[in-house]
Ligand binder design. Structure first.
Ligand SMILES: NC(=O)c1ccc[n+]([C@@H]2O[C@H](COP(=O)([O-])OP(=O)(O)OC[C@H]3O[C@@H](n4cnc5c(N)ncnc54)[C@H](OP(=O)(O)O)[C@@H]3O)[C@@H](O)[C@H]2O)c1
Length: 327
């Protein structure tokens, strides 16, 4: 069967290839075999491949944080999954045609879900959901501000917040994103800039914004901190600028702003399997009722993984880039 392989740390379009590996074979007791249908390529995959992530891979090695597929076979003693069930993989190394692993390495989804959408659930939807739930007790009508609002996480956050009556200020880099994001439920869409706080105050009627969500770091997180009300929390979960977080000490000392970090992988390690399964079941239902939907800009077979990597690294994309290991 085909699998992606990282041959060296370096530019993703040059260091990942498609290879033949042995088929995993029939599942043993407690295991299942899953055919992987769709895999999203996330910024964290690119950061990992290029040596800029929290964990360093040791090439040659398999890859891929996200993968969704169908159960092809179940081993003895497995009762919670059956052949044909749709699942997302909770493990890593998902850019491959088939995975054999213990049943608890997969979360079951409703069988009506679209697997291309399911392939974005594990990382970005859960991240948006947990950041909205875990830091500030948000009630209907409350405001949240985020940057990178047109990203996968950003669009999910808009959708989930809107469904719960929470209002969002969405900071982007391109003015043309206002209309599509408002269509998804964004209340305010604003282009980043030095006077961000003044413009946000104007657009929201001086609303007290309790939660800021940042994936850029650098000076952008400092501008977001200025928009958050005294005593509020800014959650940093990404480093798209590649720069350290820069927040004026004024924000901490005189305005009591709290800056915290979010990392899904670490948080999930602290969750029991039953909690994880329940979370994805709930988020899977949000896929089915149409609350959550993120565009896929392109899908590639594993044989074209170099092109897929180059595409995933492009800025100003109109959606996710995915792999389709089984065509
Ligand atoms: N901490 C965690 O557990 C966790 C979990 C999930 C995701 N993340 C992080 O969340 C972020 C978004 O991930 P995603 O999969 O949702 O992204 P995505 O859909 O691939 O979109 C990438 C986004 O980043 C923006 N961008 C790229 N370079 C930028 C820069 N230098 N300054 C500002 N914006 C920039 C793009 O804007 P344009 O469209 O204008 O190019 C686009 O909005 C990433 O940093 C990712 O690592 C973290």
């Amino acid at each position: 069967m085909k699998s992606a392989e990282l041959i060296a740390i370096g530019p993703a379009e040059k260091t990942v290839r498609c290879i033949e590996v042995p088929d995993p074979g029939a599942p043993a007791a407690g295991e299942v075999l899953v055919d992987i249908v769709a895999c999203s390529i996330n910024p964290a995959d690119i950061l990992t491949i290029e040596g800029n992530y929290a964990t360093q891979p040791a090439p040659p090695c398999a890859l891929g944080i996200e993968g969704a597929g169908t159960v092809a076979a179940v081993g003895s003693g497995v009762t919670r999954l059956k052949v044909g069930d749709k699942v997302i993989s909770l493990g890593r190394n998902n850019w491959v045609q088939r995975i054999r692993d213990k049943a608890e390495s997969f979360a079951r989804l409703p069988n009506e879900v679209d697997l291309a959408q399911a392939a974005m659930l594990k990382v970005n939807v859960a991240t948006a959901h947990l950041m909205l739930s875990n830091y500030v007790d948000l009630k209907r009508g409350d405001w949240v501000i985020q940057n990178v609002a047109n990203s996968g996480v950003g669009i999910n956050l808009i959708s989930l917040a809107h469904a719960d009556g929470i209002r969002t200020v969405n900071v982007v880099r391109r003015a043309e994103l206002a209309a599509p994001l408002k269509k998804r439920g964004a209340d305010v869409v604003i282009v980043d800039g030095p006077d961000l706080a003044e413009r946000v105050a104007e657009e929201t009627g001086n609303a007290a914004i309790g939660l800021g969500i940042d994936a850029v770091a650098g000076t952008a997180v400092g501008r977001l901190a200025q928009c958050v009300a005294e005593g509020g929390t800014v959650v940093n979960y990404g480093l798209m600028s590649g720069e350290p977080c820069q927040v004026d000490a004024f924000q901490f000392v005189f305005r009591d702003i709290h800056l915290v970090g979010f990392w899904l992988a670490k948080l999930m390690r602290s969750m029991k399997f039953e909690e994880i399964q329940a979370m994805y079941e709930k988020l899977g239902a949000r896929l089915l009722d149409g609350t959550i939907h993120v565009a896929v800009e392109a899908s590639y077979p594993l044989e074209e993984i170099a092109e897929a990597m180059a595409h995933a690294k492009r800025e100003s994309r109109g959606g996710k880039v995915q792999l389709r290991p089984n065509g």
